[in-house]
Ligand binder design. Structure first.
Ligand code: F6P
Length: 348
């Protein structure tokens, strides 16, 4: 029986288990044996404790129970060593020793770069874009993004309810690394009045002016959705000279974060702003139907490609259709940030 393998890599994302299940069902259907590799590329290299159990034949019965679970049953990891060409050669050798004819890599751009190298070393790889960040420009949506946005929308709605009760503005920090898509969609869907993203420069003073205007006009629960990466695009701001009743040291060396932003805005506007960091609930949520349907189709396409001897491809979705393109093309695409939506949210 020809063998294929699957691994999940990078930050986990809701829908990874559904994608593995789909790969397993399709492998069984096409008469392929499926090898599961735990803890991403680390498992392939035997880098983790208990490594002897990290490469195993996946049993369809076990896999079928995973489909709608959050997290990743295969575990995941980031593998720094994979930047070293010698380590990548070792990984390719290990796959060849296992007689694996193809590998499905479910992860983000770093994981795809690993897969690209393995393809160059003779291992056909197919990438499924598993990351909540939506930072892979070749696809309209990455696996887990829809779930993360829905999780944030639910949280922001709840925060806006209590904020309304107390007439308090809210600062809500969401994930996304260097990509503001989660923040943008969350702000759009919840009617939040301010959104801050890594792609656009912003200043605390401008935010304070807009917040004050909103509060003064009766919008006392105005919400600022801030992407975790947006502090990097903040224009220089001397928090201490505005804020500190205690002396210089108080904010020295402290970089901007959701709490500091809320307290700074409170000092500048006299509105009782409060901060919430949503955090890992965004990654550990039950996947939405949209993510699960993408996972189902991506798993099918990945196995069909490998079965036909085609590698060096990644799977994406565009205009509601699942498609594949070469890893090289996908990794060259540049992002097109929705600047007009950003401006609209921040001005209505
Ligand atoms: O890439 C997914 C992601 O969840 C990002 O949104 C976030 O910046 C990062 O991973 C956090 O990684 P870790 O959990 O390893 O700190």
């Amino acid at each position: 029986m020809p063998k294929i393998a699957v691994l999940t890599s990078g930050g986990d994302s809701p829908g990874m288990n559904a994608a593995v299940t789909s790969v397993a069902r399709n492998a069984a259907y096409y008469g392929l044996e499926l090898i599961g590799i735990k803890r991403g590329y680390n498992g392939l290299l035997g880098l983790q404790d208990g490594a002897e159990d990290d490469i195993f034949t996946m049993n369809l019965d076990t896999v079928l129970d995973l489909a709608d679970l959050p997290g990743t049953y295969l575990r995941t990891a980031r593998c720094e060593q994979f930047h070293d060409p010698k380590v990548r050669e070792e990984a390719a050798r290990n796959l060849k020793k296992l007689d694996v004819v193809g590998l499905v890599v479910i992860g983000g751009d770093g994981s795809f770069r690993g897969a690209q190298s393995l393809c160059q070393l003779g291992i056909p790889c197919i990438g499924i874009p598993g990351t909540i960040d939506n930072d892979l420009p070749y696809t309209e949506m990455t696996l887990g993004y829809d779930t993360a946005v829905n999780c944030d929308v639910e949280a922001v709605r709840a925060i806006r309810a209590t904020s309304r009760s107390h007439d308090r503005p809210a600062v809500v920090e969401v994930m996304g690394r260097n990509c503001g898509d989660i923040a943008l969609s969350t702000a759009e869907a919840t009617g939040s009045e301010i959104v801050l993203v890594p792609e656009m420069p912003w200043s605390v003073e401008e935010v304070a002016v807009r917040l004050k205007k909103l509060v003064d006009s009766g919008n006392t629960r105005a919400t600022i959705v801030v992407a975790e990466g947006a502090y990097a695009s903040m224009k220089p701001f001397d928090a201490y000279s505005y804020l500190s009743p205690f002396g210089k040291q108080v904010f020295q060396g402290q970089s901007m974060n959701a709490n500091l932003l809320a307290s700074t805005l409170k000092h500048m506007t006299h509105a009782e702003a409060r901060a919430t960091v949503i955090g890992y609930t965004q990654r550990g949520c039950q996947p939405t139907a949209r993510d699960c349907t993408f996972a189902f189709e991506a798993g099918n396409m990945a196995v069909v490609l490998l079965k036909n001897g085609i590698g060096n491809q990644v799977i994406g979705t565009r205009n509601n259709r699942t498609f594949h393109t070469s890893i090289d093309t996908a990794l060259c695409e540049t992002r097109n940030f929705k600047e007009s939506l950003y401006n609209l949210i921040n001005s209505l």
